[in-house]
Design a protein around this ligand. Structure first.
Ligand SMILES: Nc1ncnc2c1ncn2[C@@H]1O[C@H](COP(=O)(O)OP(=O)(O)OP(=O)(O)O)[C@@H](O)[C@H]1O
Length: 256
């Protein structure tokens, strides 16, 4: 792989392979994300989009070359790995908030783990994150069970931003939201990217998100890269799955 050491991609994945219970889920996946890009990761259901994301953030064992900000994670020592982990924030499917913690405590959680801050400062920063994602101050004391689906996503996003990451990993961020809520969430992601200089990898099935929020799209099929490119390039592809996906009945809003 050609390397641009002065301005490396924020994320590069080369020949990623993931095997689970003897089954090869990912079998040589390649893609890159440049700084400031919002990258959509698509593929058939069960094709391994979430597995790819989980492998990148080392929640699943894998082989291949994964570089974060130009550094190969496998070659980092323990201290450097912890430092790298602080550079990414993750929003899991369904938010994955801790149900026994308030929203504020959820946002404070990564700070407790990684930073030595006074409780007052930690709380102040968590409240700033709450504001950043458009949640009202009074949401701080609520518990996940008291939140709407859209509020859960925003609270989980605030937690993902707790350590001021450079890369955001979002797993189906708009799933389960109504179209208006989903559209607002996409707008929020774009605004955060613009204001916080984030690079975003977003697993999604949402064609509107792909059209409005994503700069480029990476399509995964059969454990490998099918195509990486812009929406226009995806729509021009003659691959049968991509053709169905981008020109099927649900894609009518994208025509023209
Ligand atoms: N922890 C696990 N144990 C066993 N199999 C797993 C595990 N995680 C994922 N898989 C399998 O890996 C494959 C890919 O799963 P993954 O969740 O990455 O798909 P996906 O592309 O994100 O699908 P969807 O769009 O439906 O969310 C599936 O067959 C799934 O059953």
């Amino acid at each position: 792989m050609a390397e641009n050491t002065e301005n490396p991609p924020v994320l590069s994945v080369h020949d990623l392979k993931v095997e689970i219970d003897g089954r090869q889920i990912i079998n040589g996946m390649n893609f890159e994300a440049q700084r400031g890009e919002i990258l959509g990761l698509i593929g058939p259901s069960g094709s391994g989009k979430s597995v790819t994301m989980r492998a990148i953030v080392r929640l699943l064992p894998s082989t291949g070359d994964i570089r974060i900000l130009g550094r190969n994670y496998a070659e980092l020592d323990r201290e450097e790995r912890v430092a790298t982990q602080k550079k990414w924030g993750i929003l899991f499917q369904q938010g994955a908030l801790f149900s026994s913690l308030s929203v504020l405590e959820n946002i404070e959680f990564p700070m407790r783990e990684h930073l030595h801050l006074s409780p007052a400062l930690r709380s102040d920063i968590a409240r700033l994150k709450l504001d950043l994602v458009g949640l009202p101050a009074k949401a701080a004391q609520l518990y996940p069970s008291e939140l709407s689906g859209g509020m859960i996503k925003r609270a989980a996003l605030a937690r993902a931003l707790a350590l001021d990451p450079q890369i955001l990993f979002l797993d189906e961020p708009t799933a389960g939201l109504d179209p208006i809520g989903a559209g607002k969430f996409d707008e929020l992601i774009v605004t955060l990217r613009d204001t916080l200089d984030l690079t975003v990898l977003m697993v999604t099935h949402d064609l509107d998100s792909l059209a409005t929020a994503c700069d480029r799209i990476v399509a995964l099929a059969n454990g490998k890269l099918l195509l990486a490119g812009t929406m226009a390039e995806m729509r021009a592809s003659t691959d049968p799955w991509l053709r169905d996906y981008f020109h099927g009945p649900r894609a009518h809003g994208l025509e023209g």
